[in-house]
Write a protein that binds this ligand. Structure first.
Ligand code: ASP
Length: 344
């Protein structure tokens, strides 16, 4: 249940959803979200107070950087007391990274922050944007006994609600563009929205919202492939200033057993680079005890990413490096769950 006193803030950052066809030229241009009730009159039926803020400039999400995440978190922080929930309209390309970032930054979050976007602009006849927006608002406003039903950073897309830091954009064509292979959907939208309460995180205490704003981007990814050369490996491991490397491994966290490879990884760890093992498989995860090849990496000092997505791993490393910790603490911290991004 939610009431007419419910207030939702819609933050439009850019991306396909906010485009509308200019009737004179036929070209797509950003839509003025201040007139959202005129453009999507269905929203009036909610009876909520809907306010909008648009980023200036609007960004294609491929241009997003940690500075953008800080601006977004600040906006939520400044408006936290005024609104019951937040809907973030964002390009789909990097939505999983931004949702992961916000999930780490907003400590003690107790209100919904729902990301959504669309594959077709909201001004197109067959758009998926309207339904995504309408359902995202409904979820951001949903309460039971005055408490929000989903007080997490989530992504709503097509007909599913996901924990944001568990998602991957996997389809550039279909309306159901996102997946969360290692964590169940939090809600399924059909005739009604069915919530999967057992998998939604509910804080047990109320603490004040704390916003963490430091990121260190000295991160690189080493994606393995059969036949990878020492030069290719070195080019990543010797990236100037690199502090953490995601080793994007095969299957359950395996890599080549050749001594040149294992020795290079060992040298990197000994020189203070955090090497984080993330599987190229989208479902399942890393278990370095399963095969000899994985065990060699574990013995070389590689840390398991368990079942984390590549997107959440990149952002988590930047976030943890931003906290200026000792190497051993970094290694331990990276394997702990900050906001449900990893099963441990
Ligand atoms: N390139 C666009 C973006 O991510 C695609 C989209 O919005 O879906 O901003």
């Amino acid at each position: 249940m939610s009431s007419s006193s419910t207030s939702i803030l819609i933050i439009y950052t850019g991306g396909t959803i906010g485009m509308k066809e200019n009737p004179e030229t036929g070209a797509l241009a950003p839509f003025n979200f201040n007139q959202i009730l005129d453009e999507v009159p269905e929203l009036r039926k909610f009876g909520f107070n809907l306010d909008t803020i648009s980023f200036n400039p609007l960004v294609d999400s491929s241009d997003i950087t940690p500075e953008f995440w800080v601006r977004l978190a600040d906006l939520i922080h400044e408006n936290y007391q005024k609104y019951n929930g937040f809907v973030v309209l964002h390009g789909t390309d990097t939505m999983s990274y931004s949702a992961s970032a916000l999930s780490f930054m907003l400590e003690n979050l107790s209100k919904p922050v729902v990301f959504t976007g669309s594959q077709l602009p909201i001004g197109k006849l067959r758009t998926d944007g309207k339904e995504n927006l309408i359902s995202a608002i409904e979820i951001a406003a949903a309460t039971s006994n005055g408490q929000p039903l989903v007080p997490e950073v989530t992504i709503f897309f097509e007909n599913q609600l996901f924990r944001g830091n568990r998602t991957t954009k996997y389809n550039a064509e279909h309306f159901n563009a996102f997946r969360s292979d290692n964590y169940p959907v939090l809600a399924q939208a059909g005739i009604s929205i069915n919530y999967n309460f057992a998998y939604i995180y509910y804080p047990t205490h109320r603490y004040e919202l704390v916003v963490h704003k430091h990121f260190n981007t000295s991160v690189a990814i080493l994606t393995l492939f059969p036949g990878i050369t020492p030069a290719a490996v070195d080019s990543v491991l010797s990236t100037p200033g690199v502090k953490a490397v995601i080793l994007h491994t095969f299957g359950s966290g395996n890599g080549p057993s050749s001594s040149w490879f294992v020795n290079r990884i060992k040298e990197a760890v000994n020189s203070g680079i955090l090497v984080f093992n993330v599987s190229q498989c989208k479902a399942g995860g890393v278990d370095m005890d399963k095969y000899d090849n994985g065990l060699l990496l574990k013995k070389a000092g590689v840390v398991s990413g368990i079942d984390i997505t590549l997107e959440a791993a990149v952002v988590k490393l930047m976030f943890i490096l931003g906290q200026d910790m000792e190497f051993n603490d970094l290694q331990a911290k990276v394997q702990e769950s900050i906001s449900g991004e990893i099963s441990c």
